[in-house]
Write a protein that binds this ligand. Structure first.
Ligand SMILES: CC(C)(COP(=O)(O)OP(=O)(O)OC[C@H]1O[C@@H](n2cnc3c(N)ncnc32)[C@H](O)[C@@H]1OP(=O)(O)O)[C@@H](O)C(=O)NCCC(=O)NCCS
Length: 146
């Protein structure tokens, strides 16, 4: 298993993970834009040459990273890959002098909420009507230890 920065040739496989795991289809330009904004925030994980997971974050406020997307292909879940990917992102945040990570998660996404809590994130707020279907989000946050 390797973790590396996203490169433009990863657009298609990342889009497949997003479609399969998050049910969304965003334009390829979105991924290229995220890559251009912050290369250390957009990481992919490969296993046996297959792109199986990724995380995309931006520096949304000074010294605060915001995770926009995180997904592990279904058949690879429950094997700590998501946790390993998040640890690598955290290390790169610290290397970039970013010490806080935040994200929004659907209130109904109990698995992701448990996942983030296990990693030390705490719910710090909520946002009504955050998603297109009207669902609300929890804001979760973690201060990284350097
Ligand atoms: C959330 C997600 C990234 C977790 O990835 P993963 O590689 O399966 O997670 P890990 O194996 O590292 O799990 C770490 C911890 O998270 C929690 N967790 C993970 N999957 C869980 C499940 N199905 N049920 C309950 N808790 C779970 C557990 O506490 C687990 O620790 P444990 O293995 O010691 O029990 C993955 O489920 C996913 O891609 N989901 C769909 C996309 C999504 O919801 N993304 C987040 C949007 S904000």
């Amino acid at each position: 298993m390797i973790i590396r920065r996203f490169t433009p040739s990863d657009v298609r496989p990342v889009m497949e993970v997003v479609k399969a795991s998050l049910g969304e289809t965003y334009p390829p330009s979105l991924y290229l834009t995220l890559h251009n904004i912050w290369q250390d925030g957009f990481l992919v994980m490969e296993e046996d040459g297959r792109l199986v997971a990724f995380v995309a974050a931006v520096e949304s406020e000074k010294r605060i990273a915001r995770i926009l997307m995180l997904a592990v292909l279904r058949e690879y879940r429950g094997r700590s890959l998501g946790s390993i990917l998040m640890k690598e992102l955290s290390a790169r945040c610290i290397a970039n002098d970013i010490h806080t990570v935040k994200l929004e998660v659907r209130k109904s996404n109990k698995i992701a909420i448990a996942f983030y809590e296990r990693l030390g994130f705490a719910i710090t707020g909520e946002l009504n009507n955050f998603y297109v279907n009207g669902e609300g989000a929890y804001v979760m946050m973690k201060v990284l230890e350097s």
